[in-house]
Design a protein around this ligand. Structure first.
Ligand code: AGP
Length: 614
């Protein structure tokens, strides 16, 4: 996730900004930059790469300015590059902006601004904000009332999307204006001035009394004080929070580990991945870079991936075949690459990889392209090898995932694959616009449903407590629940080292049922679906042999309680989207058992975040 810092006070801003950016490095980034007022203008320095490289460059300038802003960028729009690094400036270079979030309507704003003569120097969505503020500031100045705070308010009123912003202006020395919508901004007054950051960890050396801005609020930082305003511009009294976290807790946003922090980031990942994808009723996946004619010709889809990403592919198969009626095969990349698959020019290969570096997946992409397939990547890392070697790519907008076990990046993959399935179905005339709009709205609602699940972990923790001493576990489901059960089993075994297997529930009587004995845990995805009754039968046959049943069930289903020892209710959702909601309790279940067994949930033994070897 990108990082924002800012300072205005009695000391030189440069070292304070660099230190703050250093504190934010753990969030993952690909470039960094600062903007520092210099008395009559603003000096801006960008560097692709690490903060240390930025600091090395800055050492040659050693700016003395006492007001500035800084940023670490995790690319979402526009590849990692010096030109795309923040801060971004107005045409005149007298206004500088750093931004976290996604401006959904940046293309239309950019077109308007270019028509009015603005010149852009980057491919980012952020840069439009700098030019919008420039226009608003000029208009206010022409009316005899130049005002950076008002100009920022005018500009953000035009923006659709999520933003955390910090802005400086050469004509208002010593002033930083900040505001936010769906992206955190924290401010605080220290002994030597005012501080702003996107994350408490960058502030707590200067002050532990901070104000977490609410959506729509503004703050105006001056060396000696900070003023707060509501979205109507009225002065307000801030709510000050005293933070007693240590650095480690602050790095995890107050969560005990990165895995839980990232599980709780999933509603935002859903929203960010969907941002800007439905324009005037039409799904837009420009990155697919395929003409309607080419889309119509697709008669076979391969989804290739490894591990958790492979399980996202299993979910995609249900959706693509269900909506688009295109035969879809899901294969682990390490098998696909060696079996000489049948590929024709009308084959679409979808490569899924959160790291974008997995060796087997990359090799499979190269093989598929040699055979003439169109390859579409889905990855979480802008500019990664998977992104570069695919014909088109969707970025999952999960920001950096630090825990080795994929959670938020997996959900980002599922949402992206759902969009792709809807797009294929729409292009082949299998989904009408009205149906796409309805599906998109329900897909967007899953963010709130995940928030509901995350707000009530008691049943999950009770089930985990009951299973933590087991030596093996079975995950079962049917249809979408079957795909979810594979991911649930992997999550459990990879972080708790408790052996777990997944089976299509209908397979139980073909062998796995022999495993069952008194107290053997069977975790079943038993949400309401066309095959719900069949799953209940599988629970009954398992329970008859002594199994302890943990069921993921749909809120309102009380009958399930007659067939399970532990029931985890989740909000009702269309079966097509049930993988998104049902996966979340299984992530928390695996984490709770791992903690109970004394495992490191962020860095499980033997595992790496990206597997760049065969
Ligand atoms: C993640 O929880 C798993 N540990 C692992 O299976 C992972 O999904 C797999 O290595 C693929 O990684 P990728 O998505 O970066 O290609």
């Amino acid at each position: 996730m990108c990082g924002i810092v800012g300072y205005t006070g009695s000391q030189a801003a440069q070292p304070i900004l660099v230190e703050g950016l250093t504190r934010l490095e753990y969030r993952g980034y690909d470039s960094a930059g600062v903007a520092i007022q210099n008395g009559d203008g603003i000096d801006v320095v960008h560097r692709k790469g690490k903060v240390a490289e930025l600091a090395h460059t800055l050492a040659h300038f050693d700016y003395e300015g006492t007001c500035g802003i800084g940023h670490t960028r995790w690319a979402t729009h526009g590849k990692p590059s010096e030109a795309n690094a923040h801060p971004h400036t107005s045409c005149a270079g007298d206004i500088a902006v750093v931004h976290n979030g996604i401006i959904e309507n940046f293309m239309e704003l950019r077109e308007e601004l270019e028509v009015r003569g603005h010149r852009f120097t980057s491919d980012t969505d952020t840069e439009v904000v700098a030019h919008l503020i420039e226009e608003a500031y000029r208009e206010r100045a022409a009316a005899g009332a130049p005002d950076l705070l008002g100009a920022v308010a005018d500009a953000t009123a035009r923006v659709v999307g999520a933003y955390g912003l910090a802005v400086i202006c050469a004509n208002e020395p010593g002033t930083i204006v900040v505001t936010r919508k769906d992206s955190p901004i924290v401010v605080g007054q220290g002994a030597h001035g005012g501080y702003v950051a996107s994350d408490i960890i960058a502030l707590i050396d200067a002050t532990r009394d901070v104000v977490v801005l609410a959506d729509g609020q503004f703050a105006k930082l001056r060396p000696e004080s900070i003023a707060y305003f509501d979205e109507a511009g009225r002065s307000i009294e801030p709510t000050v929070t005293h933070v007693d976290w240590d650095l480690d807790m602050a790095e995890k946003g107050g969560y005990p580990d990165f895995m839980l922090k990232e599980i709780h980031e999933q509603p935002r990942v859903i929203r960010d991945t969907l941002a800007g994808r439905l324009v005037n009723g039409a799904l837009t996946i420009d990155e697919l870079d395929m003409t309607p004619e080419e889309l119509d010709l697709i008669d076979r889809v391969y989804v290739i991936a490894c591990g958790t990403s492979y399980h996202a592919g299993l979910i995609a198969k249900n959706l693509i075949e269900g909506w688009a009626r295109i035969p879809t095969e899901v294969e682990v990349a390490s098998e696909f690459r060696y079996r000489n698959p049948i590929i024709t020019p009308s084959t679409l290969v979808v490569a899924v990889s959160q790291s974008g570096e997995t060796a087997d997946t990359l090799a499979a992409i190269r093989d598929a392209r040699v055979k003439g397939a169109k390859v579409f990547g889905i990855t979480n890392v802008v500019g990664s090898p998977v992104a570069r070697e695919s014909d088109g790519v969707i970025y999952t907008k999960a920001n950096k995932e630090i825990a080795v076990a994929s959670t938020k990046s997996f959900l980002g993959q599922v949402v992206s694959l759902t969009l792709l399935a809807m797009m294929l179905a729409q292009s082949q005339g299998k989904l009408r616009t009205a149906e796409v709009k309805l599906l998109f709205r329900e897909l967007a609602d899953t963010a709130e449903q995940v928030e509901t699940i995350l707000s009530n972990e008691a049943a999950i923790e009770a089930a985990a407590e009951a299973c933590k001493d087991a030596t093996s576990a079975l995950f079962i489901g049917r249809g979408m629940g079957s795909a979810v059960s594979y991911e649930g089993a992997l999550k459990l075994k990879e972080i708790s080292y408790l052996h777990a297997e997944a089976y299509a529930a209908g397979e139980m009587k073909h062998g796995p049922i022999a495993l069952l004995e008194e107290g053997f845990p069977v975790i079943a995805i038993a949400t309401k679906s066309p095959v719900y009754d069949k799953v209940i039968s599988n629970l009954q046959e398992s329970r008859a042999r002594g199994a302890m049943i943990v069921a993921i069930a749909t809120e309102g289903d009380e009958d399930i309680c007659n067939h399970a020892d532990h029931v985890i209710h989740i909000p009702p959702v269309r079966d097509a989207f049930s993988a998104i909601t049902a996966s979340v309790p299984l992530q928390l279940f695996a984490r709770a058992i791992a903690l109970a067994r004394g495992c490191d949930v962020d860095q499980p033994r033997n595992l790496a975040k990206s597997v760049t070897v065969e």
